[in-house]
Design a protein around this ligand. Structure first.
Ligand code: FES
Ligand code: FES
Length: 949
């Protein structure tokens, strides 16, 4: 290998560097010098997280080869523009204006913005958005608006029109931070590039750490007949090729499916594929070597003898007559969850004057995080297998991996690394299992950085769905009945399939008073990647169907969709589709708030509509449960420290949503009698050896469960500290009196929820809900079928707001995901869907700046300070508002997502010929009513305790 000496001026200092000109990128070289503020996401020029200034110009350093960089070029990185004690205005603005969620993209964005402001000190918002678009700066968390806000605010300071103080959070006079924009504790490290994410940690591991590379055959369904790694093991630096044979346990991930109607137990997934591969991204071997490059080179030399089997690339293929069982002994359709409410809908709908029917499909939605999956594993000082990665459920590896790895219980420790977002997929213990198996097989520390393509193929996605539905109303436009047959395409593995099944039969038709329902949620295997958690898990699929059906029925009944909804929204006394009262009835209030905005936008759409550019508006109602429901449980500990500060120990995993700031505001508020400054609250989070188990960061549960547990712990601590005269003991006084200084707080939902009856679907499995109504204005270009979203509005009820910045951040981000889900995002499990762009990622120019949010809080009985958390509900139905707006604009309904230009154009062309492009009724495995009759005749006993999400 011929190396080259190069001198580059980095952050004002000439540095002499030795590099490999045939291989190194500028990013590689910078990162080797320790400047890991330059992050590597996609490594293909699509995300901008590696952006730096090269001779004053913004470049993506991952695709800028070092050989093309002349000596004495000037490079500026995030470390060169400000420090934690002397921030650049852009860094400060990023903290203050919500530019940091996960923060993985922040250094790249800040450098890109600096490049813009150096050139144009007074840009418009549109110019900022366009700059980020052309420089391919991608953020999946923030929805762009806060980033533009931050640039505009920083620009003012840089022009001398505002001061740093003006753009810095100021603590209110009373010291109270609850409900404010108090910055995230982790933000400072992220904007200065000093936060080590997974790959940075991998780069800084001690000598002796082995690098892993995956062997993925890239076949969707095949038998493994042989693996020959003799050549691979002779490659430079290779220590071992690990296969399933090296795993001492059962080689299974034991994530049980507990629904009593499930024909799968949840134990079918191997840690490393042993007999078959079930999807494109399955791993059959892992190469361990001294460097990542060596491991990857050797992985290419592993020879596989595979026998391809029939591929079932959708649920429909897998349940078609004659399909083979993907997992032997388990039918491809393995779970049916019914819902019976009121009278038989066949009779009800036969008597209803207006009835509509439709069949719907929503795609497997990719999470499109910017940081791909990274995991480390090693044996810690206590002899535990210690796993570091992006997990949002530190508890899952503890509960699901020991038998598979051949470990006794209690020998696994999990630590969440700073995480470049997840939105749900990292709930899976699969990459934890893989790294743990390798560290055990090698008896050495390991680090695994997946490429973006490997990450895409390996991780789960939002399950696709297929549904058939009928809905009817009476002459007055009141809904009489709703029946639907709903199938989740859960792909290769069952991971939490029982939890998913419950979503359709709880949330299709949510928010309306529907007296009669017959429904079935089915879940089945296919050779797609597996379905996993994603913000608004299971619900966004359900709303895809039900909120379009509501619009269709409104039209059939000759009523405006707003008025139709208004008439049918649940009022106090009405029951939800599971025959229980809603927790609150904010629906009409939310619609009342929307009314003037709706009327104004409708008039605008009418005025600005042209045959070439059709304008329209659309509404959809959404919402989500709060907590995992029955048996949900979480713990938090608070400890009074010697210096008077208080430490909160918990596993409220921070995926960028704000587990840190949520903990901070709830703890500070709970301890208000102590008059602590908020900087006196310390956080120790997401290490299972140090923290009590708070449970996964999913299902809107963290804020509720951790919040109530914090309140409980705070009460216990305050009770212990309180003296007879009402003042509080110091740490020294506590110790002197022998009073413990650390208290465990608990939250448990067992007594306040009731699981769904598996025979009827009747139940009340959540202590709270959040609610939102979404409203989109769109323009459809009839020549090319392209939809532009002009504005998006969301009026919501999540109760009180603990952190304004975190809540609004979730809202902007979630709405952006919904817009992508509506228009462009898609994942098919093959080599083509390996990048942000190929999966339909929308950049800043595609997302409107006009996003309106309004909180209308109603009181909550059981939530901490009346606040229930927000994120799942925020992504529940915005996409359907867009679909309904497309129909309103152009008169074409898109039944299968995404509403890409080709589909909209085809629908417009069909419409011009007097036809409607509409899917035929799907065959989902059996007739709906035959399946329901069979369930009615074969009752099962209720499921055992499980933690639903
Ligand atoms: Fe360089 Fe994505 S553009 S890492
Ligand atoms: Fe931008 Fe997470 S904050 S990707």
């Amino acid at each position: 290998m011929a190396l080259r000496k190069i001198c580059i001026n980095i952050n004002g200092v000439d540095r002499m560097l030795i590099c490999n000109p045939g291989q190194d990128s500028l990013a590689d070289v910078l990162r080797r010098t320790g400047l890991t503020g330059t992050k590597l996401g996609c490594k293909t020029g699509q995300c901008g997280s590696c952006s730096v200034l090269l001779d004053g110009k913004v470049v993506r350093s991952c695709v800028r080869k070092i050989k093309d960089i002349p000596d004495y070029s000037k490079v500026v990185t995030i470390e060169g523009i400000g420090t934690p004690t002397n921030l650049h205005p852009l860094q400060q603005a990023w903290i203050t204006y919500g530019g940091v969620q996960c923060g993985f993209c922040s250094p790249g964005f800040i450098m890109s913005a600096k490049g813009l402001l150096d050139k144009n000190p007074n840009p418009t918002r549109e110019e900022v958005r366009h700059w980020f678009t052309i420089h391919r700066n991608a953020c999946r968390c923030t929805g762009w608006k806060p980033l533009v806000d931050a640039v505009m605010a920083a620009a003012k300071v840089m022009r001398g029109e505002a001061t740093m103080e003006d753009i810095t959070f100021q603590t209110p006079a009373d010291g109270r931070i609850y409900g404010t924009n108090v910055p995230r504790p982790a933000a400072l490290a992220k904007v200065t590039g000093l936060c080590d994410f997974g790959d940075d940690i991998g780069l800084k591991m001690p000598d002796g750490t082995l690098h892993l590379a995956l062997v993925q055959p890239g076949l969707s369904h095949a038998k493994i007949k042989g693996i020959n790694f003799s050549e691979a093991e002779k490659m430079p630096g290779v220590v071992k090729v690990i296969t399933a044979k090296d795993i001492k346990g059962t080689n299974r991930i034991m994530l049980p499916v507990t629904h009593p109607r499930s024909k799968a137990d949840g134990f079918e997934r191997p840690i490393i594929a042993d007999t078959k591969v079930f999807r494109y991204g399955d791993v059959v071997a892992v190469v361990a070597a001294d460097t990542e490059e060596h491991a990857r080179a050797a992985a290419k030399k592993v020879k596989l003898d595979m026998e391809e089997l029939p591929r079932y690339m959708s649920y429909l293929d897998a349940v078609a007559p004659g399909a083979m069982e993907i997992h032997e002994g388990i039918p491809n359709e393995y779970l049916r969850a019914p819902l019976f409410k009121g009278e038989d809908t066949r009779e009800v709908l036969a008597k209803s004057p207006y009835v509509v029917e439709g069949s719907f499909y929503s795609t497997s939605q990719p999470h499109l995080v910017i940081e791909p999956d990274v995991t480390q594993a090693y044996i810690d000082e206590a002899g535990n297998v210690c796993i570091h990665n992006k997990t949002l459920a530190t508890v899952f590896p503890l509960l699901t991996l020991a038998p598979g790895l051949g470990l006794p219980d209690g020998k696994i420790r999990v630590i969440e690394n700073p995480t470049g977002a997840s939105f749900g997929y990292s709930i899976s213990p699969a990459s934890s299992a893989l790294a743990a198996a390798c560290t055990l097989a090698l008896d050495a520390p390991v680090t695994l950085t997946m490429s973006y393509a490997e990450h895409q193929a390996f991780s789960g996605k939002r399950a696709a769905h297929y549904s058939n539905a009928r809905m009817g109303c009476d002459k007055e436009g009141k809904i009489t009945g709703f029946e639907f047959d709903f199938a989740y395409d859960h792909g290769a593995y069952t991971e939490m399939a029982d939890i998913l099944a419950s979503k359709a039969i709880r949330f299709a038709g949510f928010s309306y008073n529907i007296p009669n329902v017959r429904a079935l949620a089915r879940v089945g295997f296919s050779n797609q990647t597996y379905g996993t958690a994603y913000r608004s898990y299971g619900n966004s699929q359900a709303y895809t169907m039900s909120e379009q059906m509501v619009d269709m029925l409104a039209e059939k009944a000759g009523t405006d969709p707003f008025e139709f909804r208004y008439k049918n929204l649940a009022r106090p006394g009405d029951l939800n589709i599971n025959s229980y009262p809603f927790k609150e009835y904010p629906f009409v209030t939310l619609m009342d708030k929307l009314k003037p905005l709706y009327e104004e936008a409708k008039a605008r759409a009418k005025a600005e509509d042209t045959p070439e550019k059709r304008r329209g508006v659309g509404i959809a109602f959404g919402g989500y449960n709060v907590t995992g429901g029955p048996n949900d449980h979480g713990e938090v500990a608070l400890e009074l420290n010697e210096d008077g500060t208080v430490t909160n120990y918990n596993t409220w995993e921070d995926q960028g949503q704000g587990g840190d700031v949520g903990t901070l505001v709830l703890t500070h508020e709970s301890l208000r009698p102590l008059h602590l400054d908020y900087t006196q609250i310390k956080l120790v989070q997401n290490d299972t050896a140090q923290c009590p188990q708070t449970g996964p960061a999913g299902a809107n549960r963290s804020h509720y469960i951790a919040g109530n547990a914090i309140r409980d712990a705070a009460k216990k601590l305050l009770d212990a500290m309180r003296k007879a005269d009402g003042t509080y003991r110091t740490y020294a006084e506590m110790v002197a009196e022998g009073i413990p200084t650390k208290y465990l707080g608990v939250c448990d939902t067992t007594d306040i929820t009731k699981d769904l009856d598996p025979n009827t679907g009747i139940g009340d499995p959540t202590p709270e809900y959040n609610y939102a109504v979404f409203f989109a204005e769109v323009e459809v270009d009839t020549a090319i079928g392209k939809t532009k979203i002009l504005s998006m509005k969301m009026i919501y009820d999540i109760g009180a707001i603990g952190s304004q910045q975190a809540v609004e951040g979730q809202a902007y981000g979630a709405l952006t995901h919904s817009m992508g889900f509506a228009l462009s995002e898609k994942y098919i499990d093959n080599k083509d869907y390996n990048s942000l762009i190929k999966c339909g990622f929308l950049y800043a120019d595609d997302i409107p700046d006009d996003i309106y949010l309004e909180s209308v809080p109603s009181p909550r009985k059981t939530a901490p300070f009346g606040s229930v958390g927000c994120c799942e509900g925020f992504q529940s139905a915005g996409h359907v508002a867009v679909l309904n707006a497309i129909y309103n604009a152009a008169g074409v309904r898109i039944y299968d997502l995404p509403a890409s230009p080709d589909k909209v154009k085809a629908a417009l062309e069909a419409k011009a010929l007097g036809k409607e492009l509409k899917p035929d009724k799907y065959f989902l495995g059996s007739d709906l009513f035959e399946a329901l009759d069979e369930i009615a005749e074969n009752p099962v006993s209720a499921a055992g305790p499980t933690m639903a999400l």
